[in-house]
Design a protein around this ligand. Structure first.
Ligand code: NAP
Length: 256
């Protein structure tokens, strides 16, 4: 699938992006704003509105996605201020702990699962309820996954497990909510140069044996830009005929 849009179909739509204070989420928000999408943005630190955004068309909030009540309140506020939500992107995620499982602290494992699994369950739940509360509109749910959902990386037990959970919970939502017109996708964005990648490159082979591969990617600039990922998500959501064939999908590598 390639973005083939003329962009009019994005104007005025309402999208939520979690984890929008930096990294991929901030990049998605910036591109969505350039395309005229109205935005609900959250992270634990309240995100800045993207430069291209009309201030009246952005809602930002400090929300921990592991807090189900906070996620529900955020969805209600966005809908009240901007109208029904057309696209919900559960992007917030963490990578840590990066360490062999035998050395991982239980508290670190729990914190990871709270954000990466419970956070996506809560966001997906709230959005499924939202779509049902607006019959006839439908909606698109994107849960940001990773190649780690299917590849086993030593040092990433929690991350590999949480992203596999994201893929599978998204498949279930797709089945449960199809009759409400909700399309659900688990999307691996490819490798994007963010704080998360910097943290990966700063590890050592004793805790993360594949670290050299990620350092080489940085040397060659072999990344997907957030704009590239954003364009694919917009196309997936609203370009006629551009929806991926499967619930679980990976953004193609950006040509360079
Ligand atoms: P990042 O640079 O570390 O940014 C993560 C974002 O998530 C931040 O905005 C952070 O903001 C937010 N966040 C973390 N925990 C949160 C919580 N409990 N509640 C609300 N917001 C929270 O990571 P990234 O690289 O942009 O990753 C974004 C997504 O892409 C993640 O799901 C990641 O697994 C996925 N991904 C990334 C890559 C890559 O190469 N970068 C590859 C595959 C998949 P606060 O700290 O302010 O909360």
């Amino acid at each position: 699938m390639r973005p083939v849009s003329t962009h009019e179909q994005y104007e005025g739509r309402v999208a939520v992006v979690t984890g929008a204070s930096r990294g991929l989420g901030a990049g998605l928000a910036a591109r969505f704003a350039e395309r005229g999408v109205r935005l609900g943005l959250c992270a634990r630190r309240q995100p800045d509105p993207p430069p291209a955004a009309d201030p009246d068309a952005v809602v930002t909030a400090a929300v921990d996605v592991a807090d189900p009540d906070a996620v529900e309140r955020f969805a209600a506020t966005v809908a009240e201020r901007l109208g029904p939500i057309d696209l919900w992107v559960n992007n917030a995620g963490v990578l840590e702990p990066i360490v062999p499982l035998r050395d991982a602290e239980p508290a670190a494992l729990e914190a990871h699962v709270r954000t990466n699994v419970l956070g996506v369950l809560y966001g997906s739940r709230v959005y499924a309820r939202h779509v049902r509360a607006h019959p006839g509109r439908g909606g698109v749910l994107v849960n940001v996954s990773s190649g780690a959902a299917t590849s086993a990386y030593a040092g990433w037990s929690a991350y590999c497990a949480s992203k596999a959970a994201v893929d599978q919970l998204t498949r279930v939502v797709a089945v449960e909510e199809a009759d409400a017109g909700l399309r659900a996708y688990a999307v691996a964005p490819g490798v994007v140069d963010t704080d998360m990648q910097a943290a990966i490159r700063a590890t050592t082979p004793d805790v993360f044996p594949a670290v050299e591969r990620f350092r080489r990617m940085a040397e060659t600039g072999a990344f997907n830009e957030p704009d590239w990922v954003a364009d694919h998500l917009l196309a997936l959501a609203w370009d006629p005929g551009a929806a991926p064939p499967d619930v679980v999908w990976r953004v193609p590598d950006q040509p360079r």
